[in-house]
Design a protein around this ligand. Structure first.
Ligand SMILES: Cc1ncc(COP(=O)(O)O)c(C=O)c1O
Length: 437
């Protein structure tokens, strides 16, 4: 999700709990109290079905794109490693690394075709520590629809002395002008960092990495890409690829055939690989720099052993069956997208990735639409304001490789019924890239 609720400040109305509430949180606060699809307690799961209280629903809100969360081979990898290493290696990485770490980084480096990689527990921790470390007192430029965690990291970098600029999504000309101005400004250090999503977490679309990378090389800037949603789903293009997602799931840089020159790729295992770990693909000197300059490497508790074990087993499954799973993911996603398009819905997804946002008809109440979905047995991600701009409030569907065709039928039928109720916006999607409201 992309919007930044903290952008406005000031005294708003207060919660009954007497905490002052920023006006921009009001809608979110209302949904929290009114919608069962927020903050739900899940009582049980059965494949992609979840039970909440007495209701069984098909889950289209998880990001377990490859279904690794349910894969017996991956589950079975946990007990042996836990016996060997205990439940949690409670050293910070600087203090001690179970051998699982170099094994993971070597296999990941090979998979991505990068010079080197560094893993830390989450993408958020990486952004918050690496963006300020790389930016120093230089300049950070961020895409206006970047993930909230990138925005926060840029703000933190600004607090530590960097200059921060925003550019509209996809607007290369605007970014070039900002880079040119920064290059001629004597005020800041020369370090420049351009931050954006890879596969966008709301639209499912990809930026023009080749054009942005070229511009960054020209202005000696680093392109910092967060491909949390692309890693495991999209990968290198090959003549024998099993689907248009490409092969091996080795993320956006390889998918578009780019090199890692002037590019820092960040990704996570907590979506397609269903494990709590995240990575940075970078040069070895930069890795060594971050070992002393990125606080989570020095001070944070690491991922639990179970996550390290499932990442390693995930590499095995990815190698053996990943492309078949991605082909199935592509097929199921295409079934939803072609239905959505046949209905004329305004989804922004033009890429075919398994993130399908369906904006609401103007004036519709998200809590009421969520109730309509629930009655039809579907659980989805709600995207309220200020998590997205006001005109893009809607629901987000995530497909996984282990949904069944019957579950996709149930989703498509539910979407048709929501259209009949007038809940979902028909028409051409509004272009992302504009201003936040
Ligand atoms: C694009 C993007 N970046 C970062 C994150 C946060 O990742 P993590 O949970 O690893 O901190 C998310 C989570 O949804 C995301 O979608």
């Amino acid at each position: 999700m992309t919007e930044n609720p903290q952008a406005s400040s000031g005294d708003g109305p207060s919660l009954s709990r007497s905490t002052p509430l920023d006006p921009r949180y009001i809608e979110l606060d209302r949904l929290l109290s009114q919608s069962q699809m927020f903050d739900a307690i899940i009582d049980e799961i059965d494949g992609r079905r979840i039970r909440i209280g007495n209701d069984w629903l098909v889950d289209f809100a998880s990001c377990n794109y490859l279904g690794f969360d349910l894969d017996p081979q991956i589950m079975d990898a946990i007990p042996g490693q836990v016996r060997r290493w205990g439940t949690h290696p409670s050293w910070s990485r600087l203090l001690g690394n179970p051998r699982l770490y170099p094994e993971i980084e070597e296999r990941l480096t090979y998979l991505l075709g990068a010079e080197d990689t560094l893993v830390l527990p989450t993408v958020t921790l990486i952004h918050m520590s690496v963006v300020p470390a790389l930016a120093g007192r230089g300049t950070v430029f961020f895409d206006s629809q970047s993930h909230k965690t990138i925005y926060d990291a840029c703000t933190f970098a600004q607090g530590l002395g960097a200059t921060m600029h925003r550019f509209a999504t996809g607007d290369i000309a605007q970014l070039e002008e900002l880079l040119r101005n920064a290059a001629s400004s004597p005020a800041s250090e020369s370090r420049r960092l351009v931050c954006m999503d890879g596969v966008n977490s709301m639209t499912g679309n990809l930026p023009d990495v080749t054009a942005f990378a070229r511009l960054c090389r020209e202005y000696d800037a680093l392109l910092y890409l967060d491909d949390a949603h692309g890693f495991g789903v999209i990968g290198e293009r090959r003549a024998d690829e099993a689907s248009p997602y490409g092969a091996r799931g080795n993320a956006i840089v390889r998918h578009v055939g780019e090199s890692y020159d002037n590019v820092i790729l960040v990704g996570g295992f907590s979506k397609a690989y269903s494990s709590l770990l995240a990575f940075i693909a970078l040069t070895t000197p930069l890795k060594n720099f971050l070992k002393v300059a990125a606080p989570p490497y020095l001070y944070s508790g690491p991922s639990p052993t179970a996550s390290l074990a499932t990442v390693l087993a995930g590499f095995d499954v990815n190698e053996a069956r990943g492309d078949a799973l991605r082909a199935e993911l592509y097929r199921l996603t295409a079934r939803v997208l072609s239905h959505v398009r046949a209905l004329g819905l305004a989804t922004p997804n033009t890429s075919g990735t398994p993130i399908i946002e369906l904006p609401l008809t103007a004036g519709r109440d998200l809590a009421a639409v969520a109730r309509n979905l629930w009655r039809r047995g579907i659980y989805a991600t709600l995207a309220p304001y200020p998590m997205v701009p006001r005109d893009q409030v809607g629901i987000r569907i995530q497909v996984t490789a282990v949904h069944t065709d019957e579950q996709i039928d149930q989703l498509n039928d539910a979407v048709t019924e929501l259209v009949g109720l007038g809940d979902l916006r028909i028409g051409i999607p509004r272009q992302r890239g504009g201003e936040r409201s």
